[in-house]
Structure formats: C-alpha cells, structure tokens
Design a protein around this ligand. Structure first.
Ligand code: GDP
Ligand code: MG
Length: 172
C-alpha cells in the first residue's frame, strides 16, 4: 500500500543514551520494517496511520558519529522531526542536550519538530540523575516536546514517536 507521506526523523543525543534501542523498539513493534545501510548512515522505517493518512516514518540513526560530534548536515537534511535523547541516569547527557539543540538550529530546517526523550526511565527509581521537572522546564524554554521513556520496557516509546509524527503532520 502506498503511503501518503514520508517523514524523515533523526535521532540524536550522546553515545549510549539508547538511541538505537528506541528506534528498534518503535520500528519492530508492528507493521513494516525495512532497514537500509549506506556509508555510515542507517535508517529504519515504519508506516503508521496518522489522522487517516498513511505515514511512513523514515527514522535515521547515527552510527557512532555522536562521539566525535561528526554528525554532518547531510544527516539533518530534509528532516521534519528529531528525537533528542538523553539518559535519565547520566546527568551530563542531559546537560549536552543544549549543544544538540544548537546543532539542530545550525543544520536542520527551522520548522523541525523536536521531542526531548529522557530514556532509561526503568532505572529512574534507583538511579535518577535528572529530575523530570527540570527536563520539562528546559524543553518548554527551548520549544521542544518532552517525555521520559524506556526502550527496555517499551514505556512511552510508541506514544512519543506517534506524538512527534502527529505534530509533524499538523505542520505539513
Ligand atoms: P546509542 O549509543 O544511543 O544508540 O545507545 P544504545 O541504544 O546502543 O544503548 C546503549 C546501552 O544502553 C545499551 O547497553 C542498551 O542496552 C542500554 N539501554 C538502551 N535503552 C535502555 C533503556 O531504556 N533502559 C535500560 N535499562 N537500558 C537501556
Ligand atoms: Mg546507536
């Protein structure tokens, strides 16, 4: 079945925050799964219904470049949405979110819709290093949507991706 829209989404954030696992959790869940590998860049797709349209989410994953801040403008080109991920148990990954926002402002389209994700919520009870309120306040100040989630348990992953897709759809 043909889709009505293809929405490119980039997943960004520090190394080991769970970007690849979040992407796997969302795209493996149901319906379609493709994956494609090019020169160091990878994306997966999943097609979902948003407001009675078939929307193919083409979600791009960094392949280790985040360590060296070597994510290129090609990665951001044409992206309508971004998942900016930090790890709720490692404070510096949240503190770096501001730098990732700067990267987006420098390289991505001005109208890009951004969702800040505090991943590894399953570990928050024992090892939280970032209060949810603080992250929510940062998100509001920067004009980002925000959710905590867990790629491990699946909590809020579907909801966060669908929310991002709905917000993009509302803009097209
Ligand atoms: P990336 O470098 O941002 O792509 O991070 P990965 O997806 O490779 O995950 C880094 C590490 O964190 C791996 O050991 C994962 O198993 C672990 N991880 C990812 N998501 C979660 C999560 O939601 N909860 C927990 N407890 N561990 C996670
Ligand atoms: Mg990864």
């Amino acid at each position: 079945m043909e889709e009505d829209y293809v929405f490119k989404i980039v997943v960004i954030g520090d190394s080991a925050v769970g970007k690849t696992q979040l992407l796997g959790r969302f795209t493996r869940d149901e319906f379609f799964l493709d994956s494609k590998s090019t020169i160091g860049i990878e994306f997966q797709t999943r097609t979902v219904d948003i407001a009675r349209r078939r929307v193919k989410a083409q979600i791009w994953d960094t392949a280790g470049q985040e360590r060296y801040r070597a994510v290129t403008s090609a990665y951001y080109r044409g992206a309508l949405g971004a998942m900016l991920v930090y790890d709720v148990t490692r404070r510096h990954t949240f503190e770096h979110a501001a730098r990732w926002v700067d990267e987006l402002r420098a390289h991505a389209d001005k109208s890009i819709v951004v969702m800040l994700i505090g991943n590894k919520a399953d570990l928050a009870a024992a090892g939280r290093a970032v209060p949810a309120d603080e992250a929510a306040a940062f998100a509001e100040e920067q004009g980002l949507f925000f959710s905590e989630a867990s790629a491990l348990s699946g909590e809020n992953v579907e909801r966060a991706f669908l929310r991002l897709l709905e917000e993009i759809h509302a803009n097209v």
